[in-house]
Design a protein around this ligand. Structure first.
Ligand code: G3H
Ligand code: 13P
Ligand code: ZN
Length: 311
């Protein structure tokens, strides 16, 4: 089936009290692992591409691989730009076959964020593409996303109606305590999310899809596995899965997960290479990486997001 936008998936997710997983993709094995899991779970899925991923793999490779996955699995899937920083990158993706883009104007002032987001919405909607905006700042360090803890800032519920009305965005990413990367909380720190802010936003924006970034849970068994097979990962703490399940029952319709996939894939590739020191065919260890990733995504869809059996 052709790629779809997130419109229908979010409408159904909101009503059904579940969320759609948005997983970051960089290569064929990742795309196959995620989409095979979505097919097995009979769930729609969002495949998202960051600026860094687009630079690494090239736009056309990722587009064609995702189109191939849609043909192969027949699962409703959206191809989404993650953390678009400028009008130009959003335009490139809209013109280049993406069905959804995020314009992340969260580092700008409220007015500048509105202006930039509105410009992207106008361009996207005229071409049948949906847009995610962001209000509030998440902490964390990734390739293209780099906000220190001190600069992180929760979303102000008093601003959301004006932002959504003036920009025309289709969904809104908010900051309620999640952050990017594998090190979300310090050892000994108790993970907490500001559900009170989410509730207030939900009241002010009835039936409007909310997006949660930085939602990896950093399963400890994979951290241990990385270290057991020669890695050196310091203590890493993520968002407890029960909290994500709660958020998915509320207005959160899209949950972004990248770090957990990296962790699962790396752990299994490390294990494979340590256990099979004579292997040098990439298909041998990448197949293990793909299987681990598929099982992780199945678990997220079934046990955390709740979107199994919705297609
Ligand atoms: O939120 C950021 C995503 O995890 C993408 O990370 O910029 O390193 O590709 P990246
Ligand atoms: P994690 O780093 O928690 O996986 O978050 C990914 C993300 O928000 C991508 O936009
Ligand atoms: Zn993000």
């Amino acid at each position: 089936m052709p790629l779809v936008t997130t419109k229908e998936m979010f409408e159904k997710a909101y009503k059904g009290g579940y969320a759609i997983g948005a997983f970051n993709v960089n290569n064929m094995e990742i795309i196959q692992g995620i989409t095979e899991a979505a097919k097995e779970e009979k769930s729609p899925v969002i495949l998202q591409v960051s600026a860094g991923a687009r630079k690494y793999a090239k736009h056309v490779y990722l587009l064609k691989l995702v189109e191939a996955a849609a043909i192969d699995t027949d699962v409703p899937m959206a191809l989404h730009l993650d953390h678009g920083e400028s009008f130009e990158i959003c335009k490139d993706c809209i013109d280049g076959g993406f069905t959804s883009v995020m314009i992340d104007g969260s580092k700008h002032s409220f007015e500048e964020n509105i202006e930039l987001t509105r410009k992207v919405v106008e361009y996207a909607h005229a071409r049948g593409v949906v847009v995610e905006g962001e209000l509030g700042k998440l902490a964390g360090i990734e390739d293209a996303v780099n906000v220190s803890d001190a600069d992180a800032q929760f979303t102000n519920p008093a601003e959301v109606e004006e932002f959504v009305t003036r920009t025309g965005v289709d969904s809104l990413a908010i900051a309620i305590g999640t952050s990017h990367g594998a090190f979300k909380f310090k050892p000994g720190q108790k993970p907490q999310l500001r559900f009170d802010i989410l509730e207030e936003i939900q009241k002010r924006l009835p039936n409007f899809p909310i997006v949660l970034h930085g939602a990896s849970s950093v399963p400890q068994e994979f951290v241990k596995m990385v270290n057991q097979y020669g890695g050196k990962m310091p203590d890493a703490i993520g968002i407890p899965e029960e909290m994500l399940r709660e958020a998915a029952k509320m207005a959160v319709c899209k949950i972004n997960i990248d770090s957990d996939l990296r962790l699962g894939m790396t752990a299994s590739v490390r294990k494979h290479l340590i256990e099979n020191p004579d292997h040098f065919d990439p298909r041998q260890y990448l197949a293990d990486g793909r299987t681990a990733l598929r099982e992780m995504v199945r678990h997220k869809i079934r046990d955390v997001l709740g979107s199994s059996n919705t297609i």
